[in-house]
Write a protein that binds this ligand. Structure first.
Ligand code: ATP
Length: 604
């Protein structure tokens, strides 16, 4: 996947030049394939615009035929000509609208697809610092703004440029002295557009930011609606959302004020200019220096130019919004892929499953001064089961998240079959690693689709065989729709144990050489734990496995247990050896044994 844009240096978000440059880059990058159609559209635009400009001229002729010359055949000829012009103009207008709109739609679809593909490859660290709702808002609302900017507004802008330049030229041809008066008001309009435009742009950015925040809250609270309702915090969430929406509303109202003031100023200056012109041309008609037809043409040109100037002021507001949106889109595109293939990355076709941590030091990117792992060394030979235990926050989850290279180490290295993971092709590396997480997230499709997520090309038989091995087949068949059962969003229609067995079936189907089990049986009752445990044992067979378990009973049979404390491995050995050592493991074990003994002795 080629990088679309280089990372952006930190810039003033209101820097119009930078914003325009970004919009231009975006447009060039994505517009290039449609250059041919675009030129054709501009051709149509020129013809249709030119014909529209001849309209006032011929209307003037029509008036003169009737009032100055009183000649019926001349009147009829002009009428036929006008109808002909309007017909051709309609055809070219159609071409222009169709071409510009379809180019805009394709361009925006291309940007959306690429932006999504880029997001899919960004590191977990990026997502840890963003809210999903905010990103969704960028892909949907910002790109929608871009869409109108590149379709309707672009076409309208081009059309108005043609109408304006053509209209002004023809006005000069009709009556140069009067035209100069109209042109003298243009500098006022330009200054007003610059002053108001800057203000509107600043406010627009704030409106979009607040809307983005609101989208973040919306996404967060809706996806955790269970937690919200169980804590009866609906009112709190409503208030949080309201604060952002009200904030964006306040800004949007200020923007409406600025726009209203701008429009009122333009209308006042422009229409006073036009009224003055009308008065002057009426005076010339009375003096006999202009014919009625010429006055009519001049009136029409004045209104064409006036309308074009008015449209420009509207467009400049929308153009500013487009700049803001394109800046945010380019910014996302420019986010570097922190975790990506090295230039000389090696393919990993086959893997035995030897994993080694060599003096690994690690801190999370956002907190680089807080070391989470300090000189961690682990050697796991192919097929071994390594258990990680230790108090909460010791760094167990961090250790396992480094194997699939969700993060890069600060110093030291992690090797798979002797190759540094930073030197492996990321896709290959992750293809050989299966993860059964603590909280299994399913996609809102059928059970079959969810299992097949482990291997998208799997046949129905393979899916069912994996479900059998994961002890899931029976409960799946007990549903009326069997494998076609819909699991609901994130799998809410299944129990925790059922979700976990589906996650295990997924991992079985993926058939990885290295397996990571993160507290896979933590939330289950004894019966489902038994079912999940046997499924896990089937899954672990012949694979290098890293297990994190708080329940020490589940890691008794591990080849090696690593006891972690404050980012270090403080003890290592088999269950029996560690008990003999009388250290932290024994302490944790007896603590748990006592607790469990009190409540449910059968668990150990
Ligand atoms: P538990 O048993 O409670 O799951 P753990 O041993 O798995 O704990 P980790 O999740 O590895 O512990 O966390 C180790 C430390 O790293 C903690 O202090 C935690 O606050 C910190 N940490 C974890 N994830 C991040 C993150 N994305 N950004 C910054 N710090 C993090």
């Amino acid at each position: 996947m080629p990088r679309r844009f280089d990372p952006l240096p930190k810039q003033d978000p209101f820097d119009k030049k930078a914003a325009a440059r970004d919009a231009w880059r975006l447009f060039l990058r994505y517009g290039r394939p449609y250059l041919g159609s675009f030129l054709l559209a501009v051709g149509c635009l020129l013809v249709a615009g030119g014909l529209a400009l001849s309209f006032p001229y011929f209307v003037g002729k029509l008036v003169d035929s009737a009032f100055t010359y009183k000649d019926l055949s001349r009147l009829n000829e002009t009428l036929v000509l006008l109808v002909g012009i309007l017909t051709v103009q309609a055809i070219f207008s159609f071409g222009r609208t169709y071409l510009i709109n379809s180019i805009g739609e394709q361009l925006v679809a291309d940007i959306r697809e690429d932006l999504y593909a880029h997001l899919m490859r960004l590191s977990l660290n990026f997502f840890a610092n963003r809210r999903v709702g905010e990103l969704t808002s960028r892909i949907s609302s910002d790109i929608t703004v871009l869409q109108s900017g590149t379709t309707a507004n672009l076409a309208e802008g081009l059309r108005q440029i043609i109408v304006l330049t053509g209209g002004v030229t023809l006005m000069f041809v009709t009556n140069a002295r009067l035209s100069l008066i109209l042109l003298s008001i243009i500098p006022f309009l330009v200054v007003a557009a610059a002053v108001f435009g800057k203000r509107i742009r600043r406010i627009s950015t704030r409106v979009q930011d607040k809307l983005g925040e609101a989208a973040g809250i919306l996404d967060e609270s809706l996806s955790s609606i269970r937690t919200v309702q169980s804590f009866t915090n609906e009112e709190y969430e409503i208030q949080r959302y309201r604060t952002q929406i009200r904030g964006s509303l306040r800004e949007a109202v200020r923007r409406a004020l600025a726009r209203g003031g701008f429009n009122a100023f333009i209308v006042f200056v422009l229409f006073n200019g036009i009224v003055l012109l009308l008065w002057l041309s009426g005076k010339q008609a009375i003096e006999g220096t202009m014919s009625v037809g010429q006055v009519t043409s001049f009136f029409l040109y004045t209104s064409v130019v006036g309308t074009a100037l008015g449209a420009f002021t509207e467009l400049s507001g929308e153009f500013n919004q487009t700049l803001g949106a394109s800046r945010r889109v380019v910014e996302l595109f420019g986010t570097p892929l922190e975790i990506a293939d090295a230039a000389d990355a090696q393919p990993l076709a086959r893997v035995k499953g030897n994993v080694e941590f060599r003096d690994v030091v690690f801190a999370y990117p956002g907190r680089s001064d807080v070391p989470v792992l300090k000189n961690v060394s682990i050697t796991a030979r192919s097929g071994e089961v390594i258990a990680l235990v230790g108090p909460s926050g010791a760094g167990k989850s961090t250790v396992i998240s480094l194997i699939p290279r969700f993060y890069d180490v600060q110093s030291g290295s992690i090797l798979v079959d002797g190759v540094d993971v930073r030197q492996c092709k990321l896709h290959d590396l992750r293809r050989h690693i299966g993860i059964v997480p603590q909280e299994t997230t399913l996609f809102s499709g059928t059970i079959r689709e969810n299992i097949a997520y482990g291997k998208l090309t799997a046949t129905t038989e393979q899916v069912e065989a994996a479900a059998q091995a994961a002890n899931a087949h029976d409960f799946i068949m007990a549903f009326p729709d069997g494998y076609g059962t819909l699991v609901g969003e994130r799998g809410v229609k299944l129990s925790g144990g059922q979700r976990q067995r589906i996650a295990i079936a997924r991992a079985i189907l993926k058939n990885p050489e290295i397996l990571i089990l993160d507290e896979a049986t933590s939330s289950l009752d004894s019966e489902s734990e038994g079912l999940v445990q046997t499924a896990l044992e089937a899954l672990m067979r012949g694979r290098t496995t890293f297990v994190i378990a708080h329940r020490l009973s589940t890691v008794r049979n591990a080849d090696r247990i690593l006891v972690m404390e404050a980012g270090q491995i403080v003890e290592s050995g088999t269950h029996e050896r560690l008990l003999e050592q009388n250290g932290l493991y024994r302490k944790l074990y007896s603590l748990q044994f006592r607790e469990l003994d009190e409540f449910s002795p059968s668990e150990l």
